[in-house]
Design a binder for this molecule. Sequence first.
Ligand code: NAD
Ligand code: ZN
Length: 357
Amino acid sequence: VSDKMIVQSHKGPYTAFFDPDAIGKLNAASFDGVHFIIDAHVAELYANELDNVLAHGSVLRIVAIEDNKSLEKMPEYVGHLVASGIRRDHELIAIGGGIIQDITCFLAATLLRGVRWQLYPTTLLAQADSCIGSKSSINVAAAKNIVGTFTPPNEVHICGAFLDTLDEVDLRSGIGEILKVHAIDSPASFATLAADYGKLLSDRGVLNHYIRRALEIKHPFIETDEFDTGPRNIFNYGHTFGHAIEAATDYGIPHGIGVTIGMDMANFVAARTGRAPETHFDRMHPTLKANFSGFENTDVPLPGFLAAISKDKKNLGSGSVTIIIPDQDGVLEKVQRANDSEFADICSAYLTDVRIS
Ligand SMILES: NC(=O)c1ccc[n+]([C@@H]2O[C@H](COP(=O)([O-])OP(=O)(O)OC[C@H]3O[C@@H](n4cnc5c(N)ncnc54)[C@H](O)[C@@H]3O)[C@@H](O)[C@H]2O)c1
Ligand SMILES: [Zn+2]
């Protein structure tokens, strides 16, 4: 049974299909004027299921590491596509997680001033979160996600079968974003998900339900604020802290795990600064902690963390940080917070003590 979601964007509507047979249909299709960009690991794991795709004349295999999602690598990718005869009426087809998505989206936005592109997300994070919303971000030297565009795909094909080969940490990274989206929806929505948390890794039907639900919650925000200048900002919940944790650990913590720790940290900052009662930290902490298990003791050096959070691209000035934290009712709001010694002390207390508790 195929099911779909239609998303409006500045380039017109596009459809996300929920299709358990998407891999088989793609592999059986005839390819005219298409160029594949595929995660090299996925190409290996799905060599049989995707044999026709991989035998096509234009297949760019990319190892999904941050260094390959960089402006410095673009000449190689563009060179391949030019040598493969790319034209304006051609289409790029991305098969992979957020890294392959970001690379393909950036290429599709800029090559020949824009070509069509499709996405087959293969990670939980990409299926439940990043596949809709138009964003691409590319690294330049040490600056992560510093250049990018808003360029929606023309089609998204969500195929649950890809999740079978993900390891538990990659699944929990995606679950981190699902937790985030439910927390944004409401405390009740988070509570419903938290009650099912134990089933997410063991029951594919339950996981599929929450993938769909996460996209449904995100859907109106990206339609009303595609360019992220207003209401969509709260989707950065957990991200200012999370990005700083990722940077301070040299990206040794997967994105969605960093976001999970970041949400816990945001709740703690809200409680310590009196913006929200401790109850919001307490009600979410057990679920968040379960999701970042294995990383509760990972060393996050405070100087690196504070340096990274001070440079966050969402900050307005050097003396403040922009963070998303709960208010008295657990509703998330964007707050400018002084980046002072009290803030540093609260972050330190969280990373060395509270995170482990
Ligand atoms: N554009 C956006 O809206 C957006 C949103 C969130 C994150 N991102 C970016 O996405 C990246 C993270 O993406 P991600 O977490 O989806 O994963 P990823 O692309 O970094 O891949 C993670 C790992 O999973 C492997 N993998 C992918 N699919 C697999 C499968 N089906 N089976 C087994 N292994 C598989 C990859 O080879 C890789 O080793 C970061 O660069 C982040 O900045 C972009
Ligand atoms: Zn994220």
